[in-house]
Design a protein around this ligand. Structure first.
Ligand code: IVH
Length: 683
């Protein structure tokens, strides 16, 4: 095949595969078998390999991923991403209708849509090709997640037809269907990773992953609900969306035009029933005015359009039977009672467990063994037990639930501080879940960030007696790690899966551990897992005391004089340093090379001096690297943005700065400052 022929065939195949993707993922009615589809894809892949000059980033072969994004670039939204005013009350929807009619009279149409429970995304198309996919971020600018979004098969990479504007944006919601969610969580449980609490968190976690290959396996989907641009085909929302469906977008069949508020209220009632049978989560209904002219007449508040409102459904509740209660031990020794329930379908997923929080909560519910309980799933939270159906209680046989007195893992007598709701196991150095929990905290992203040691792996190292405290991590060797493995059997599927550290995994783990020695003092302090010393408190303490010895020797009064440090935290710090085992650990970690003091060269500046100031940083600098400059800006309360706009306060210019940025800053009268001038601002 010559070049000319290859180019032609690549174009034909691209078109054909895109068409099949559309029928499969958008219309849900495939035209050909998976086998035939794979053959087409293989042929295209082969041709692109042979003629790489014709490989396009929007080719359907690129949907499987392969790219790794280290950090997402920020992109400013051309049109700010607003949110919607929302309500849980039908009466307020009627009030909304009255407000609307006062401004635009009675001659208008409503459009009712699902309120998808996912993450908003803005897709920009230029000449029919997907250019950017940007998350909401702060509404002004978001993360460039284009590479990840390309892997979502229901999003067209090139549009069908030709009647679309040269440039436009379409917004929608990235969701994780229940089927994908259940599969993902089953897999995570099998390998000992924490399952996601709900499909929205899972979608959000997936979209922020660095490896597009992983994202492509997550089974994400995307519904579109809002078109923006200069030359849209119609002056009405509903008709534009209907047309966009022909361009290849997934637009819901449930979008409905309603002539009046009665139609809207009927739609809400209908969808409140329908939603229980959907394969994805919606958390309400969005009601919009159809005509753009009338939308303009109604206008906007600072955050929301006045031409739309979201009606949110109240969280669904179901009743089910309490089978037993597990008492889980956390890394700090805190005991959390978790109810095992007769599995029940709730808001799209099967619920088997619910948190009971603490002893007070059990007391408040007056919970008895074998009770029927009402379970609810609200927003972010794992299901919780709302109340008990006392009418179904077996009055003769059932006994009140008693909180345990001893640790279920190590048998130590539990204690509960006066005035606190939580029971603790005090055996922090000998109780397995506490040891594992502390190790997991130590390696976690915000602490030492040893991501080559995900949760399941700590378990494996612990079970093989290789790691009992953070110091042991630094004693690991290739020989100890290589070929270490474990088989997991899933309770549900019965399938067995083996995890084994091969050459690469062992090397990566050691590399990650070695890298962690560079982590700054504030992160090491946080990683130690001192009770109540979270990320922010660790930073405050580290910057105030500058090194671990000063912190160790600080008296109670000195501690509480530090901003944000109260009695409870001060006491906890003193208790921590009063234990020889902790002092030994710190000494040994110092010896292996961890940072126990602030690197004075790196944190010359920590202040609020740049508060409310936004900077675009461009070019090469002499005294500090660009990354370091950005860090200094943030450490002093400033904000980094990626593109110059009228809202930018300063363009910080190094050598060989982008000429476009300079031009734009000059045009918008944004001050351009040098590295020296910038450093002076901090003096
Ligand atoms: S329209 C200016 N339509 O809900 C109006 N939003 O706070 C733009 N959402 O940020 C939004 N389903 O992430 C619209 N059918 C729908 C929606 C929807 C879900 C999300 C969106 C928005 C939030 C509202």
């Amino acid at each position: 095949m010559n070049k000319e022929q290859a180019k032609k065939r690549i174009e034909e195949l691209t078109k054909e595969i895109n068409e099949h993707n559309y029928y499969y993922y958008v219309l849900d009615s495939p035209l050909i078998s998976d086998f035939k589809f794979d053959l087409l894809l293989k042929e295209l892949d082969q041709l692109e390999n042979d003629f790489p000059e014709f490989l396009n980033t929007n080719s359907p072969t690129q949907r499987v991923g392969g790219e790794v994004t280290k950090e997402f670039a920020k992109i400013k939204h051309k049109y700010p991403m607003l949110s919607l005013g929302n309500t849980y009350s039908m009466q307020e929807v009627i009030d909304f209708d009255e407000r609307v009619r006062k401004v635009i009279g009675n001659d208008f149409e409503y459009v009712c849509e699902f309120k998808y429970d996912g993450l908003s995304i803005g897709l920009t198309y230029i000449d029919g090709n997907l250019k950017y996919a940007v998350t909401r971020g702060d509404g002004e600018q978001g993360d460039d997640v284009t590479a990840n979004v390309r892997t979502i098969k229901s999003i067209p990479l090139t549009l069908h037809g030709s009647d679309f504007p040269d440039e436009f944006e379409i917004r929608g919601e990235i969701i994780m269907p229940h089927k994908s969610f259940q599969r993902l969580n089953d897999e995570r449980e099998e390998i000992g990773e924490t399952p996601f609490a709900n499909p929205r968190n899972a979608a959000s976690g997936s979209l922020k992953m660095q490896d597009t290959k992983e994202v492509s396996k997550r089974g994400l989907d995307c519904f579109l609900y809002y078109l923006l641009g200069e030359n849209l085909p119609f002056n009405t929302h509903f008709e534009n969306l209907k047309t966009a469906r022909n361009w290849g977008f997934k637009i819901s069949d449930y979008n409905k035009k309603c002539p009046n508020i009665k139609g809207v209220l009927d739609y809400i009632k209908e969808i409140d029933i329908k939603r229980k049978t959907l394969d994805f989560d919606i958390d309400g209904v969005v009601i919009k005015i159809n005509s753009f002219n009338q939308q303009e007449m109604l206008g906007y508040t600072a955050k929301n359009p006045k031409w739309a409102i979201a009606y949110k459904f109240k969280a669904e509740q179901v009743s089910t039977k309490l089978l037993s209660i597990d008492f889980q031990v956390g890394r700090t020794g805190a005991i959390t009672p978790v109810a095992n329930l007769e599995p029940v379908q709730l808001a799209g997923t099967i619920v088997k467990r619910a948190t009971l929080h603490n002893a007070d909560q059990i007391e408040k519910l007056n919970l008895h063994n074998g009770d029927f309980v009402f379970v609810e799933k609200g927003g972010e939270i794992i299901p919780k037990i709302i109340s008990v159906d006392e009418s179904k209680r077996d009055l003769i046989n059932s006994k009140k639930v008693e909180f345990i007195t001893n640790c279920p893992e190590c048998g130590t007598l539990l204690f509960r501080k006066e005035g606190e709701a939580i029971h603790y196991c005090p055996n922090d150095t000998g109780c397995a879940p506490q040891i594992k929990g502390k190790l997991e905290h130590f390696i976690s992203r915000k602490a030492m960030n040893i991501d080559s040691l995900g949760e399941g792996k700590i378990e494996l190292l612990f079970e093989n007696d290789l790691v009992k405290n953070p110091l042991d991590l630094y004693k690991l060797t290739y020989e100890k790690l290589f070929n270490l493995g474990k088989s997991y059997t899933s309770e549900e599927s019965g399938k067995t899966r083996t995890v084994k550290f091969k050459e690469k995994a062992a090397e990566n783990i050691l590399k990650g551990i070695e890298e962690s020695k560079k982590m700054p003092f504030e992160r090491v302090l946080y990683a130690l897992g001192i009770r109540y010393v979270g990320e922010t408190v660790a930073k405050k303490l580290a910057f105030h005391f500058r090194n671990i010895d000063a912190l160790k020797n600080a008296a109670f009064d000195e501690l509480i004089n530090v901003e944000e440090i109260g009695n409870r935290i001060a006491e906890s710090i003193i208790t921590f340093f009063s234990k020889q085992i902790n002092l030994d650990l710190i000494n040994n970690l110092k010896i292996v090379g961890l940072q126990f003091e602030i690197n004075e060269n790196l944190t010359l500046f920590v202040s609020d001096k740049l508060k409310n100031k936004s900077f675009v940083v461009s070019g090469v600098f002499t005294k500090y690297s660009r990354e370091k400059i950005k860090k200094i800006i943030e450490e002093n309360g400033g904000k980094i943005i990626s593109t110059v706009s009228s809202k930018t306060n300063f363009l910080l210019a190094g050598e060989s700065m982008g000429p476009e940025k300079k031009k734009k800053a000059e045009a918008l009268n944004v001050p351009i400052i040098s590295e020296e001038e910038f450093l002076k601002m901090l003096e």
